[in-house]
Design a protein around this ligand. Sequence first.
Ligand SMILES: Nc1ncnc2c1ncn2[C@@H]1O[C@H](COP(=O)(O)OP(=O)(O)OP(=O)(O)O)[C@@H](O)[C@H]1O
Ligand SMILES: [Mg+2]
Length: 413
Amino acid sequence: MGKRHIIAALDIGNHKIRTMVASLGEKEDNVNILGVGIAPSEGLRKGAVIGVNELIGCISMSLEDAERMAGEAISYVFLGIGGPHITSHDSKGVIAIAHHENEITEEAIDRVLEAAKNVPIPNNSRILRVIPKNFNVDEQKGIKYPVSMMGVRLEVDAHIITGQLPIIKNIEKCVFQAGVDIQDIIPANIAASSAVLSKRQKELGVVSIDIGAGGTSMVAYEDGTTLHSCILPVGGENVTNDIAIGLRASIDTAEKIKIEFGSCNPADVSQRETIDLSRLSPLDTQTVSKQQLAEIIQARYHEIFCLAKDELRKIGRDGMLPAGAILSGAAAKMPGILELARETLNLPVQIGYPQQVEGVVDGIDDPQFATVIGLLILGSQYEAHFNNFNQFKALNLGKMWTSTKNWLRHLLP
Ligand SMILES: Nc1ncnc2c1ncn2[C@@H]1O[C@H](COP(=O)(O)OP(=O)(O)OP(=O)(O)O)[C@@H](O)[C@H]1O
Ligand SMILES: [Mg+2]
């Protein structure tokens, strides 16, 4: 029996902060969830810190709950961050292979990925990920993994994800002050897609759409590689705000009726059905129509899917991904969402349930956990790459997350 190896993931969302602790088995894809901690998210707006102490308090609460359930102390986390400040760019890197007998080595791959970073990125941004899409060796195009091939020129088409430095630094600071180290920062959209998409779907062509509170994150794949990623600045929070304005209800009541009575399909709701808001909150006295509630919700979800469709159109894949769209995030639990998404996107659509994990914790089979489970899956691949945790720590490689890293090749099929 091998040594039990514990990792933790921290997803700092705009609505909830979720921590998961897992043990890794002998095989890298054996992620066994031991503990979950969910805390409300305060002090964060659209992915940026607006209240340091509030956020530290919420992170600590989430970490402590997960530690208690798992019976394990967390010393470092794989951290997921999102928000509209995360942007992506395509880039190319080219290097000459002057190596012995012109064989492409792992080291050459690191060099070419490093060369791909040499693109103009927005001011004050930090590169979070360089994801290789395809490699070209001399005249041979579209190679997935060129190690040990022969050639004199190695080229990579890469997808680069950046985030705004001041925002990232403030989040890092809050995490450190909550008492844990950061092993790696992973964009939330990449994490969510890693949890809910299968290898086959990525081969066929698929888009993962995670609808959170502050935004909607998307990643499209085809032929097993990343085609496009982005974060749309509209999410469940906008739906709640629309309800508050449209029905003149307080924001807390708007959130409550959205979750309890909401639907994306007004045609399914009888015109006569009403909700007496005074039964939910002393702040609200009126009675509202369930159908009107559904109309407001439908309008905003429709906008989210129209924006997603625009993104697919930009890359020439509007209605063209055979494995369709896979929805995750807590806001994907809205009744009627599948029909609305199918009609708007003109694609097959399913809810994405996190895969590749097991565990004693109930209720993890839920699209709200896509991002945090994806962080664990990518974290387990990271650990497997470095093989031995203690050796890894002894080498003091803990803060290597800014660099490209070989383990990113795990993102290739
Ligand atoms: N059962 C439900 N049905 C519909 N919407 C829901 C449900 N539960 C939660 N939501 C909505 O989902 C949103 C929160 O989603 P989620 O918890 O995935 O966000 P987050 O990860 O904290 O935020 P983000 O990803 O934007 O940083 C909120 O707007 C909330 O109102
Ligand atoms: Mg989220």
